[in-house]
Write a protein that binds this ligand. Structure first.
Ligand code: UD1
Ligand code: UDP
Length: 379
């Protein structure tokens, strides 16, 4: 029996790892152990309960306003004992958070093989996103199994010198999660509030955007909303106090925006599927919206997800106030420009990533996801 431990700690990792936990649990030759770092608390626990995953270990490291030093030191110190006690054959980590980097480092110190889910995403700029680009590159040095979501991600790894026999193209597990979340008959009071108006969906949290860049983002959004009274914006706000500070300073009193507490993943996917467009600096939302054919203005200078830009759904607009203002306004006022971004496509997976990863770990036959997209259509 192979013992596989999955370690994760933040909301997006949980959304993308819980479907894998549940798939691995179905496999007879695998014993599954789940360790959460608790880098996020409430936002993590919500996802665990949606997917009915109960962790075997919880490092409970989160504190308010935590620094990168806090996260790194606390996880490194606590995970050592979990890894020594559980003695897994393989540890799976996800993506690019500090939980991911520190866990991989601890596994390296203990010589435990690491499998990296969502491997190979790159901007090639170590400060953007910060510290995620460093985290994922560092994990790639350590990892024994590299589960790349796309062909481009696999190419990035091989170009960096990873042994191609350790790189598997699986699709992204978030697309697997989405098979269970979006419902035709979904309703929500915020959607009722938006009514027939155009629903604008907003999220923001990136560390490099905290402070002035985030204030510029919010100012641009408010200016456009002022000019478009038919728009209703819903902004489920991240729990980071610095995000709340910026939103309070720039968006307070704007009756067209509802700033609400973080919503469950089920709600989030249904909001995305029903919005007119999305403004975000999130990574995961860039992967989800192409499946719904919803235009995304990505409020960042770089993206590690160029597949969505190429497919036409994502537009990189940075954090300059005037640039965001112009792009947002254009999508509201220029029908052609808007429609050119509404092609439904799935550059990030076909919903079978977890099965592929489980097959590989079980030593069974695996057929790579070829990146072809049979569902492409024009809305
Ligand atoms: C982290 C990840 C980032 C990922 C994001 C997803 C790192 C360095 N950053 O950033 O890659 O995109 O998660 O959301 O790994 N907080 C709560 N409750 C929660 C969650 C957060 O109160 O459930 C507050 C706390 O005050 C915490 C702060 O938010 O200190 C920031 O959390 P942190 O994990 O450090 O950074 P994120 O911006 O969430
Ligand atoms: N999400 C959610 N509730 C929210 C906001 C986002 O469930 O209120 C989901 C979203 O659908 C996506 C993931 O959280 O799957 C993205 O998380 P986040 O933007 O925090 O992190 P990133 O993807 O940028 O690392």
């Amino acid at each position: 029996m192979k013992k596989i431990m999955l370690v994760f700690g933040t909301r997006p990792e949980a959304i993308k790892m819980c479907p894998l936990v549940n798939e691995l649990k179905k496999r007879k030759g695998i014993q599954v152990v789940v360790c959460v770092t608790g880098q996020h608390r409430q936002m993590l626990d919500e996802v665990l309960s949606v997917f009915r995953v109960v962790p075997d270990y919880d490092l409970s490291i989160m504190k308010q306003g935590q620094t990168l030093f806090d996260i790194t030191a606390n996880i490194l110190e606590r995970i050592r004992f979990v890894l020594e006690e559980a003695a897994p054959d393989v540890v799976l980590v996800h993506g690019d958070t500090s939980t991911t980097f520190v866990t991989a480092l601890a596994c390296f110190y203990l010589r435990i093989p690491v499998g990296h889910v969502e491997a190979g995403l790159r901007t090639h700029n170590i400060f953007s996103p910060y510290p995620e680009e460093f985290n994922r590159q560092a994990v790639s040095i350590i990892s024994r199994y590299n589960f790349a979501p796309t062909q481009l991600a696999a190419r990035n790894l091989i170009q960096e010198g990873k042994d191609p026999s350790t790189v598997y193209i699986t699709g992204n597990t978030v697309i697997d999660a989405m098979r269970y979340t979006v419902k035709e008959d979904y309703t929500h009071p915020e959607l009722d509030w938006a009514g027939d108006g155009r629903l604008i969906f907003i999220t923001a949290h990136r560390r490099e955007n905290l402070g002035e860049p985030m204030r510029r983002m919010f100012r641009a959004i408010r200016r456009v909303l002022n000019e478009h009274p038919e728009c209703r914006a819903v902004f489920p706000i991240h729990m980071n106090p610095l995000v709340r500070e910026a939103a309070d300073a720039e968006l307070r009193g704007c009756s067209q925006i509802h700033i609400i507490e973080p919503i469950e993943v089920f709600d989030c996917h249904n909001f995305e599927a029903r919005c007119y467009l999305c403004l975000t600096d999130s990574g995961g939302i860039q992967e989800e919206c192409p499946s719904y054919g919803k235009p995304v203005l990505v409020m960042r200078d770089t993206t590690e997800r160029p597949e969505g830009v190429e497919a036409g759904t994502l537009r990189l607009v940075g954090t300059d106030e005037d640039v965001i203002y112009k792009n947002f306004k254009e999508l509201l006022e220029d029908k052609e420009a808007y429609l050119s971004m509404t092609r439904v496509c799935n550059p990030y997976g076909d919903g079978h990533a977890c099965e592929r990863i489980a097959n590989i770990l079980e030593g069974k036959a695996y057929s790579a996801w070829d990146g072809a997209d049979p569902q492409m259509e024009r809305r």
